[in-house]
Design a protein around this ligand. Structure first.
Ligand SMILES: C[S@@+](CC[C@H](N)C(=O)[O-])C[C@H]1O[C@@H](n2cnc3c(N)ncnc32)[C@H](O)[C@@H]1O
Length: 231
């Protein structure tokens, strides 16, 4: 999506200040552009489940890209109210990711955007895999433990990363294992480094920390992204 197009989209849909900050931030823009461009390669009649839909920011973007069969779930009723107003043609349900109110193998695509850090992937992936069709696609993110927690302990360099102590973070190997156990085969991964996309997460993260002059500029906890297929 072009920068101008993106700005128009944001302008058209009111983003509440409290939750809209990320979407409007530099990191948020790159992140959204990235997955929107990816989704533009997928047939748009797919049935999408958006886990942790919040106020509908993901649904707004996907809907405007031509995906119309979108169901968002969240445990925050206030957010759901906003989401319903913003994208009335999508379905928004109050539901917990650990106990999804759907029968098995219903969805072609599952997206977990800016939400995996709030949930326990071990339990969540089990449920997601259950409702995902065989061959279906799951997109999720992970606050890499090595990059967000371990790197932070290094004096000077680590200061550039905001604290992730309150988030669920996993090493790449851990998340891969959790995915595999739930028949989710990761076929593509990379990282949002603040204002760029890289398929060399650790190297780019270190480089990014160095150019951040030891923490003068703190970056939002950088997330890794993953695409997996249910096998
Ligand atoms: C940072 S928001 C992301 C919202 C949206 N995906 C976006 O990118 O704008 C994380 C969302 O996850 C939801 N959430 C947290 N735990 C959850 C759970 N167990 N089941 C469903 N949603 C959950 C929160 O209520 C919140 O709306």
């Amino acid at each position: 999506m072009k920068e101008k197009e993106y700005k128009e989209l944001i302008k058209k849909h009111v983003v509440p200040k409290d939750v809209g900050y990320f979407l409007n931030s530099k990191e948020g823009r790159y992140q959204n552009n990235f997955y929107i461009n990816f989704f533009s390669k997928i047939r748009n009649d797919v049935k999408i489940l958006n886990i942790g839909c919040g106020t509908g920011s993901d649904a707004v973007i996907l809907f405007n890209r031509g995906f119309h069969d979108i169901t968002g779930i969240d445990i925050n009723r206030e957010f759901l109210k906003v989401a319903r107003k913003r994208v009335p043609k999508c379905t928004f349900k109050y539901a917990d990711v650990y106990d999804l109110p759907f029968s098995d193998e219903q969805f072609d695509v599952i997206t977990i955007i800016a939400t995996n850090e709030f949930i326990d992937a071990k339990r969540a992936f089990m449920e997601c895999s259950r409702v995902l069709k065989k061959g279906g696609l799951m997109y999720f993110e992970n606050f890499n433990r090595l990059i967000n927690n371990d790197l932070r302990k290094i004096p000077f360099l680590g200061k550039a990363v905001k604290s992730s102590d309150n988030y669920h973070t996993y090493y790449h190997g851990q998340i891969k294992k959790i995915a595999k156990k739930n028949r989710l085969k990761i076929y593509k991964m990379g990282m949002f480094t603040g204002n760029a996309i890289s398929d060399k997460p650790l190297l780019s993260r270190i480089f990014y920390s160095i150019i951040s002059i030891g923490g003068l500029y703190k970056i939002f906890a950088p997330a890794q992204y993953y695409f997996a297929r249910k096998v």
